[in-house]
Structures are given as C-alpha cells and as structure tokens.
Design a protein around this ligand. Structure first.
Ligand code: FES
Length: 146
C-alpha cells in the first residue's frame, strides 16, 4: 500500500534545507536506528550567547528521515540553545503536517540527533549536560512500538 505523505514532507524531502557539514561546528551528534539502519548527523555552530548561528545535517536514510532532519534544522536555526533542548519529535511531526504512524520513529531520530549535538557541545565545554541521553534512548524504544 502506498504511504500517504503530507505536502510538507514531500517538499522537505525533494528540497531539504541546511544539508551539509559545518567545518568549525562546536556540537556534532550522530545517531542511528538499529532497526532500519538510518543514520543522521547534525552539526551545530553555537555562539557565546548560546544562539545556534548555523546548523547543517547529513542524513543517510528514508524520505521521512530527510524531511524531519530538514525541518528540525529550520526550527532551531538562529534560535537560543534552549529551543534545541526543548525540541520534541512531536513538534517536528506537527511542523510537517503529520507523518504515517510507521514513520514516527524517523522524527524521533531527528530529535535525538539535535540533542546528541547539543550534548556534544556541553561535553566539549566541560559543562554538565542537561540532557539525559540514556533516558531518551529508552523512550525511543517505547516510541517505536506505536
Ligand atoms: Fe528509519 Fe526513516 S525508516 S528513520
């Protein structure tokens, strides 16, 4: 059966925003989903005021993984770091006008990639990270059962 994608998903899949790498990124996160094998890498350039000056991504994965990465980067670009900390996969799905149920895990991957990059930023600065990535993994497993 053909999968129903929203126009927004198709737009971001066909012309994803913020694709690539940032050479002098100060936060880089890579996450993958063991079941589908998709991988996302997120690069953040965060300034002294903790504003996300630039964000780029590389996604080796399905159309939804590309669309969710693209919109997630749009949602945090130029925003304070707190926006990236509070980004949820639900907000990503809403911004894309929905995803088929079997593709919701792709949005989880986008949230996780952003948070892994933020965690890397804190780690590089030697500051305790406010994100518990282990807890997040746990949630992820449950999320997949939907
Ligand atoms: Fe796994 Fe899309 S099918 S991230």
């Amino acid at each position: 059966m053909a999968m129903e994608y929203s126009e927004k998903v198709m737009e971001h899949f066909a012309r994803p925003h913020n694709v690539g790498t940032i050479e002098d990124a100060n936060g880089v996160g890579e996450v993958g989903n063991a079941k589908c094998g998709d991988i996302m890498r997120m690069y953040l350039k965060i300034n002294d005021e903790e504003i996300i000056e630039d964000v780029k991504f590389q996604t080796f994965g399905c159309a939804s993984a590309i669309a969710t990465s693209s919109i997630a980067t749009d949602m945090i670009k130029g925003k304070p770091l707190s926006e990236a900390l509070n980004l949820t996969n639900k907000a990503v799905v809403e911004a894309l006008d929905g995803l088929p149920a079997v593709k919701v895990h792709c949005s989880v991957l986008a949230e996780q990639a952003v948070k892994a990059a933020v965690a890397d930023y804190y780690q590089r600065r030697g500051v305790p990270c406010p994100i518990d990535l282990d807890a997040f993994d746990h949630e992820h497993e449950h999320g997949e059962e939907e």
